[in-house]
Design a protein around this ligand. Structure first.
Ligand SMILES: Nc1nc2c(ncn2[C@@H]2O[C@H](COP(=O)(O)OP(=O)(O)O)[C@@H](O)[C@H]2O)c(=O)[nH]1
Ligand SMILES: [Mg+2]
Length: 390
């Protein structure tokens, strides 16, 4: 499963974002686990269910055409400045980072959290200062790991048979970094690692991380941030969000007070519902915020991380290409996230390694045409795999 990690200073709202994003109303997510433990949960990317184009009324796996596909979400321990020197929860952070395909860096846009993560008066800390901080800590961490091995790697590199790219990839394998990642990064920067001093590792590690752990910045607490602070963050590429607002609307939906589909720009208070005047006023305030920003931003962040940073598409494997069902007659039973560029053969292996090994051909269920094994799959494709193995 794709794994996203929430990182940032203490008190910027990571846990609130985590609670909101992993809280699924039963009817929207037919997936058994949401929160696995306090820090590991399942969130969902939103997509348009293909049943809409096929004229199928109620496929059973979506809410009025909105479909949710699970991804893993990790609430990472809060990071403090100089964490790479051992301050705070260094090892825990690194372990979480190892598992992440992409990182959502949460910044407190209201400026109510100082550089160390302590609560301060709103507006007294400039959140733009926090943007570079995570990248710097992560880079220095990797520099530290690599630095420990550097004298040995440099010595071994004197031998003709030793490939330093291999040596570096070996040291960083625990971070999910591959030989290709190391090679491409060195090539891109035009550096020869055999002739790179320990003191010059920083740009290499920075670029390597940008490639292997892409980061999406979010300016949380937009509800209490000034417009100047928000626009300053937006200029740096941060997405405005209110995790607290999303949590409140998901809880209200869970309690049956409102109709809300995560990612929608608005919600509807159900008639005849017994909300207190205070609850109603709270929801109305959130409605105004959502109208202003096109929603709370939480769902959009998950979607952008998966579709833009990780370049994923959603593909639907079926057994029966005429009825779009599996063997049990369930319509569009599975939705798989796959990297753009994946082929029907890749999909076959995702379904099962046996099916992949016995791959014969695939059928595009929408057109009814056979497609080549090397065809690039498109977002929303419905594919029947024909294999010698069942
Ligand atoms: N106004 C506002 N406060 C928020 C928002 N998200 C979180 N908070 C508050 O910020 C504080 C820290 O939140 P928490 O999620 O525990 O932060 P963490 O340390 O990063 O996990 C809590 O008091 C939250 O209620 C938000 O969107 N708006
Ligand atoms: Mg927390």
């Amino acid at each position: 499963m794709i794994t996203l990690a929430l990182a940032g200073k203490p008190n910027c709202g990571k846990s609130t974002f985590f609670k909101a994003a992993t809280m699924a109303q039963v009817e929207i997510a037919n997936y058994p686990f949401t929160t696995i433990d306090a820090n590991n949960g399942v969130a969902y990317v939103r997509t348009r269910c293909p049943c809409q184009d096929l004229g199928i009324n109620g496929c059973g796996n979506c809410t009025g055409g909105v479909r949710f596909v699970p991804v893993a979400l990790i609430d990472v321990a809060g990071l403090v400045p100089d964490a790479h020197k051992g301050r705070g929860l260094g090892n825990q952070f690194l372990d979480n980072l190892r598992q992440a395909d992409a990182i959502i860096h949460v910044v407190d846009a209201s400026g109510a959290t100082d550089a160390e993560g302590n609560p301060v008066d709103p507006g007294s800390h400039d959140p733009r200062e926090d943007i570079r901080f995570l990248e710097h800590e992560m880079t220095m961490w990797v520099v530290g790991i690599l630095g420990k091995h550097w004298p040995r790697l440099q010595r071994q590199a004197q031998q003709r048979t030793f490939d330093i790219i291999d040596g570096v990839a070996d040291v960083l394998a625990g971070l999910g970094i591959t030989y290709e990642d190391v090679k491409d990064t060195a090539d891109e920067l035009g550096i020869d690692l055999r002739r790179t001093g320990e003191e010059d590792l920083e740009p290499f590690c920075e670029r390597l991380l940008q490639r292997t752990k892409p980061v999406l910045f979010i300016g949380n607490k937009m509800d209490t941030a000034t417009p100047e602070m928000l626009s300053g963050l937006k200029d740096l590429g941060a997405v405005p969000v209110s995790a607290a607002a999303e949590l409140a609307v998901r809880m209200a939906a869970d309690g049956g007070f409102i109709e809300y589909v995560p990612g929608d720009p608005s919600f509807a208070i159900k008639p005849e519902t017994n909300l207190s005047a205070q609850q109603r006023a709270g929801l109305e305030k959130i409605a105004v915020l959502m109208a202003e920003h096109g929603g709370t931003g939480v769902q959009g962040v998950i979607d952008r991380a998966v579709y833009e940073l990780l370049d994923q598409i959603v593909v639907y494997p079926v057994e029966d290409e005429h009825h779009y069902t599996d063997k049990q007659g369930r319509v569009l039973p599975d939705a798989f996230l796959m990297r753009r560029g994946s082929t029907p053969r890749d999909l076959a292996f995702r379904v099962h390694s046996d099916i992949g090994e016995g791959f014969l051909y695939a059928v595009d269920a929408r057109s009814g045409m056979r497609i080549k094994e090397s065809t690039e799959l498109k977002d929303g494709d419905i594919i029947k795999i024909v294999s010698t193995k069942k």
